[in-house]
Design a protein around this ligand. Structure first.
Ligand SMILES: Cc1ncc(COP(=O)(O)O)c(C=O)c1O
Length: 395
């Protein structure tokens, strides 16, 4: 059931999901699979988390959309809760991750002209090679992935790309036109790439020193996935702007946000930016329930504990069909020996065994199960990976 009426912008595995609960989904034939992708971390808290579903259902019965032409009673409390969680004082609510990134780009440019004093239309933003921030035209303008860009030009100017994890390269790229550095604290789509220890702290130092905004795209890495609220917390680093999405909507509705202090987000004036759906009551109610879940710290602790277990189990596969394992918390990039099989093939064989995962960049598979996954199920998923590798001829 792939749907011949659909544009071919995805190449899904041959599994048609009908329902889900916790870390498990069931297909149309009744077969169950352990979801080890969790919708690219949008389902961090599991399918149908009772508190999130209850918040959504209650709000469905009240009101779902007002537009920002009027206030709604859910938005301000959600913004306050999210700002408090992030230790910041303002929230700019949007819907998709790409919109949060686009919004941050606009905020950074406006801040650059109005606060920093960069000459009109000269602002530049430094981005990282291998980045993934979404699919809109401006965002792909600074992608280094040719497949993401081919035939979609002309591109938006004003971006400079430097090698990820190279603080010296970043430092030499900063000049008087630089308004922001946009960085994923861990590069997700690139294959769960962890920068060298101390890198994010150095980004913080350099951006502070040069009066440049540090914008952390935590859309995939944030909200519990790495065992902390934000991946930046792993290095004790606080960026100027957090870009959030995916799990903020609890896997129920698209909710994204840019979160920062008023001296930056406060540059936006009425009429300069917006979204019909951004900050709608349903999204706000669900987003607020997500923040409440994270505020207890239980999800983060669980991700850290289960993550340590996952990383240790995966490391035992190195040399047995796996070339390298990278990870943080409940998030792992597993490089399959390319002489054995592609990442895609491994994911197909995993699906046959009841585990859903997704390949990225040829031979890497990424594992990001919902944080509510049971530890026995997690162990079982790694066993299935080992069995697949053996089936493919690994020692
Ligand atoms: C780091 C990062 N930023 C932005 C996005 C874009 O989010 P969306 O697909 O909701 O537009 C993604 C999506 O994978 C992402 O991983």
């Amino acid at each position: 059931m792939t749907g011949s009426y659909l544009a071919h912008n995805y190449h899904p595995l041959d599994v048609t999901v009908e329902r889900g609960e916790g870390a498990w989904v069931t297909d149309v034939t009744g077969r169950r699979y352990l979801d080890c992708l969790a919708a690219y971390s949008a389902v961090n808290f599991g399918h149908g988390h009772p508190a999130l579903i209850a918040a959504a259902k209650a709000q469905l019965d009240r009101i779902t959309l007002t537009s920002r032409a009027f206030n709604n009673d859910q938005l301000a409390p959600f913004a306050e809760a999210l700002a408090t969680l992030a230790g910041k004082d303002m929230v700019l609510p949007m819907n998709t991750g790409a919109e949060a990134v686009e919004s941050a780009v606009k905020v950074a440019r406006a801040w650059g002209y109005r606060v920093k004093g960069v000459p009109a239309n000269r602002a530049t933003i430094i981005v990282m090679d291998g980045n993934f921030h979404g699919r809109t035209t401006t965002i792909i303008s600074f992608s280094t992935d040719e497949q993401a860009r081919a035939d979609f030009g002309p591109f938006t100017p004003g971006f400079v790309s430097v090698p990820y994890g190279d603080a010296a390269a970043l430092e030499s790229a900063i000049d008087e036109t630089t308004v922001a550095v946009l960085v994923e604290p861990i590069q997700g789509e690139a294959g769960i790439i962890i920068p060298p220890a101390g890198y994010l702290a150095r980004v913080r130092e350099l951006t502070t020193e040069h009066n440049v905004l540090f914008m952390a795209d935590e859309i995939q890495s944030g909200l519990g996935r790495t065992g902390t609220t934000f991946a930046c917390d792993l290095e004790g680093v606080v960026p100027d702007l957090y870009l959030l999405g995916k799990a903020l909507g609890g896997g129920i509705v698209p909710v994204s946000a840019v979160v920062g202090n008023a001296d930056i987000l406060g540059v936006l004036q009425p009429g300069e930016h917006g979204s019909t759906f951004g900050g709608n009551p349903l999204a706000s109610a669900v987003g607020h329930a997500v923040v409440d879940l994270l505020a207890t710290g239980e999800m983060q602790e669980r991700a850290a504990a289960l993550g340590a277990r996952l990383q240790a189990a995966l490391r035992l596969l190195v040399g047995h069909g796996v070339v390298e394992v990278r990870g943080a918390g409940l998030w792992a990039g597993v490089d399959i020996d390319p002489t054995l099989a592609t990442g895609r093939r491994v994911c197909e064989l995993l699906a046959e065994r009841g585990v859903l995962a997704k390949d990225t960049h040829g031979s890497t598979i990424r594992l990001a199960p919902p944080i509510v996954v049971e530890k026995d199920d997690l162990d079982w998923a790694v066993d299935q990976l080992q069995a697949v590798l053996r089936e493919l001829g690994a020692q």
